[in-house]
Ligand binder design. Structure first.
Ligand code: ZN
Length: 255
């Protein structure tokens, strides 16, 4: 299997998405997996949906897509996220909504690969896999060498030598690695991994550059890519749309 581009948490940020798609094309990578949250927060959700239409071999559904269709999920959001999802719902046309409604919850190609938005342990709408403790719990749902997740907007790799879902893992059984561009992560020959490519459209690791990953299962590597993009234009679009100012502000600081 050739290299696959792993994108997640685009959040209606067209400028960031275009920078990432240009980079993927430049590298000659033809397969893209999207881990959800194409919309929410950002001012150009319809363009992001259109850019990705027919381009991703897989798109799994994020909690922001869930919130479009399920008021109970939206009710659990903080005020800013809820305002943005209500704005997004008004903005999208029925064909846009329909394309999101068809996103699947899980893509399962065990024993090689599983893709979910947040956590592989159902029921999954709010689970964050962000540290060895939560990763240890999440490994109970990973019946594959690699599980791809998004949702935290922070690029990370988790590894356990345990090969069995039934194993009860504590934080000491999980090795956590913060991922950086230019330092490809090598998959271990034994055990299971949970890999997070960070966020295209709203990074939260203190680095405002758009983030995505390149997975090469044959070579056993996961490489993080970071791209500068026109943050000012994304902020201008947000303010023009009347979205909460906090959302524009956080783009500049990657928080
Ligand atoms: Zn998200």
């Amino acid at each position: 299997m050739a290299r696959i581009a792993i994108i997640s948490d685009i959040h209606g940020n067209l400028q960031a998405l275009d920078a990432v798609l240009d980079d993927i094309a430049r590298l000659g990578v033809h397969e893209i997996i999207c881990l959800g949250d194409v919309i929410g927060y950002g001012p150009q959700p319809e363009h992001c949906i259109e850019r990705l239409a027919g381009r991703c071999m897989v798109s799994v559904r994020g909690n922001h897509e869930d919130a479009l269709f399920d008021a109970k999920v939206a009710d659990g959001f903080n005020a800013v996220a809820r305002t943005a999802i209500e704005w997004t719902r008004k903005r999208l046309t029925p064909p846009h909504m329909q394309s999101l409604a068809h996103m699947r919850l899980v893509f399962d190609r065990s024993p090689y690969l599983i893709c979910v938005h947040d956590t592989p342990v159902p029921p999954s709408t709010t689970g964050y896999v962000g540290d060895p403790l939560t990763a240890g719990l999440a490994f109970r749902g990973v019946d594959a060498r690699v599980c791809l997740v998004g949702h935290t907007h922070v690029p990370m790799a988790f590894h356990t030598e345990s090969e069995r879902c039934e194993d009860r893992l504590g934080p000491c059984d999980v090795e956590a690695t913060i991922l950086h561009a230019g330092e490809p992560f090598s998959l271990r020959s034994v055990g299971r991994h949970i890999l997070n490519p960070g966020s295209v459209g709203q990074p939260r690791d203190g680095d405002p550059r758009a983030s995505y990953g390149l997975l090469d299962l044959k070579e056993g590597t996961f490489e993080l890519r970071r791209l500068t993009y026109d943050v000012s234009e994304a902020q201008r679009q947000m303010r023009r749309a009347g979205l909460p100012d906090l959302l524009a502000h956080r783009l500049a600081i990657g928080a």
